[in-house]
Design a protein around this ligand. Structure first.
Ligand SMILES: Cc1cc2nc3c(=O)[nH]c(=O)nc-3n(C[C@H](O)[C@H](O)[C@H](O)COP(=O)(O)O)c2cc1C
Length: 415
């Protein structure tokens, strides 16, 4: 099919797409340009109904996924290249955002070349952008290893429909001569006038109870809320696939920022010395990294008394009947029984509590731990005991530095 005639096809006949044809098209598409001739992509072919069923929820159950004879998931792939380098005595450094973008560019060029060739052959295709909306679900369904990330999905089959072609904006909307020319209100009018006057779009505005076509996009199809929520998932998945390496984080992986504290956080219990007193820190963890810290005196009477053997537990956010928030600590003893210490906040000196809150704020936004430690140790506070407390807290957090080996207890014993 000539490019001028092309359109997205979302309905397919039952006629199969042969392996021979598919392999030929994939092979030919690999003639596309590629960074350093490295071919930083891979394509997972899905033909089995059960696998399509597994993929469908990640694509918001769009019917093409289960209806099409073939589903292709095109992935940015630095895994193969990295393995090759490692086996050939070369040290790869491709676990970073730049390499992801390079691999994603390669993958999308390959994908588009395949589309052109397949459409020329008479096949019908639909590009699914939902691939990057819930990438973790696709990674899990297809068993994608680290350094492989899904960037595009194509549903492929012989067309069972011939929808009307969609419109396009005029050339002046996408083209600039020499330098970028700004979009004045008049130019925006000229670019969008025809589109906004189409009966199909007017109908769209009406049935969605909106005033303008643009509002259909901002308020319904691609909302800020959805974009932000899915961006969070995207960044978390990129981290898990190890494309977000940065010095200063354990394993070099930048953890995602989760602003809304989960109800339950795993926690480490770390004992430390503050002047002559024995103190305890509860370090709430998210993705294995400190997310918040509570500290207090170890004391049977007023403070916190927990068995010596307890080094892990959970910090649970709890709302009482009046909507008052508090944090509880829960641990499981050797025989499997749970004990909950209610109201961590009530048990601690408010001044320390406030400093701990500030430190927790910094941790929550994922400042690298070495920076947090430096910040805390640089504090010059009025009170000697609080200064000693900050030293203790810094020592607790050092445990989470990427190259930390000693435990705080060991370090204190040695010092
Ligand atoms: C990044 C991207 C994401 C898309 N996601 C979807 C999708 O999830 N579902 C769908 O039915 N079509 C999807 N499409 C297809 C577009 O809706 C389609 O290309 C556009 O409306 C223009 O229509 P045409 O391809 O028929 O010219 C996507 C296309 C692109 C490039």
């Amino acid at each position: 099919m000539n490019i001028k005639q092309r359109r997205t096809i979302r309905k397919y006949t039952q006629q199969p797409v042969s392996d021979e044809l598919l392999n030929r098209l994939i092979g030919e598409a690999s003639r596309t340009q590629t960074m350093g001739n490295l071919q930083l992509y891979s394509v997972v072919v899905t033909r089995k109904a059960e696998m399509k069923e597994k993929l469908a929820p990640a694509h918001f159950l769009q019917p093409m996924v289960t209806q099409a004879p073939v589903v292709l998931t095109v992935c940015a792939d630095f895994r193969r290249t990295t393995d090759w380098c490692t086996l050939r005595d070369a040290t790869p450094g491709f676990d970073n955002p730049l390499s992801f973008l390079n691999a994603a560019t390669d993958a999308l060029l390959f994908c588009q070349t395949f589309c052109c060739l397949a459409e020329e052959e008479g096949l019908g295709l639909c590009f699914l952008g939902t691939t990057i909306y819930q990438p973790q679900a696709i990674i899990d369904a297809l068993g994608l290893p680290e350094l492989v990330f899904p960037v595009a999905t194509l549903t492929v089959g012989w067309p069972a429909e011939k929808p009307k072609q969609t419109d396009r904006l005029p050339l002046q909307a996408i083209m600039h001569e020499e330098t970028y020319s700004p979009f004045t209100p008049e130019r925006i009018d000229a670019c969008y006038k025809k589109r906004e006057s189409l009966a199909v779009n007017k109908h769209f505005v009406e049935i969605n109870d909106k005033q303008t076509l643009a509002q259909v996009f901002t308020d319904i199809r691609y909302t800020k809320k959805d974009n932000e929520a899915m961006s969070e998932g995207l960044l978390a998945a990129l981290s898990r696939q190890r494309f977000m390496r940065q010095e200063g984080f354990p394993g070099g992986v930048v953890p995602s920022v989760v602003e809304r504290r989960p109800e339950v956080l795993e926690c480490d219990v770390v004992r430390f010395q503050n002047k002559k007193e024995k103190w305890v820190a509860f370090v709430g963890l998210l993705d294995g990294l400190p997310y918040e810290i509570f500290t207090g005196l170890q004391d049977d009477e007023e403070g916190i008394a927990i068995p010596k053997s307890v080094s892990k537990g959970f910090i649970i956010k709890h709302f009482d009947r009046n909507g008052q928030k508090r944090y509880d600590f829960q641990f499981v003893n050797k025989r499997g029984y749970k004990t909950t210490i209610e109201g961590l906040s009530e048990r601690f000196n408010p001044e320390y509590w406030d400093y701990a809150k500030l430190i927790s704020g910094v941790l929550r936004y994922r400042m690298p731990i070495d920076h947090v430690v430096r910040l805390i140790t640089s504090l010059q506070l009025e009170n000697d005991t609080i200064n000693s407390w900050t030293t203790g807290v810094a020592r607790v957090l050092k445990k989470y530095l990427p190259d930390a080996q000693q435990t705080v207890e060991e370090e204190e014993e040695n010092s």
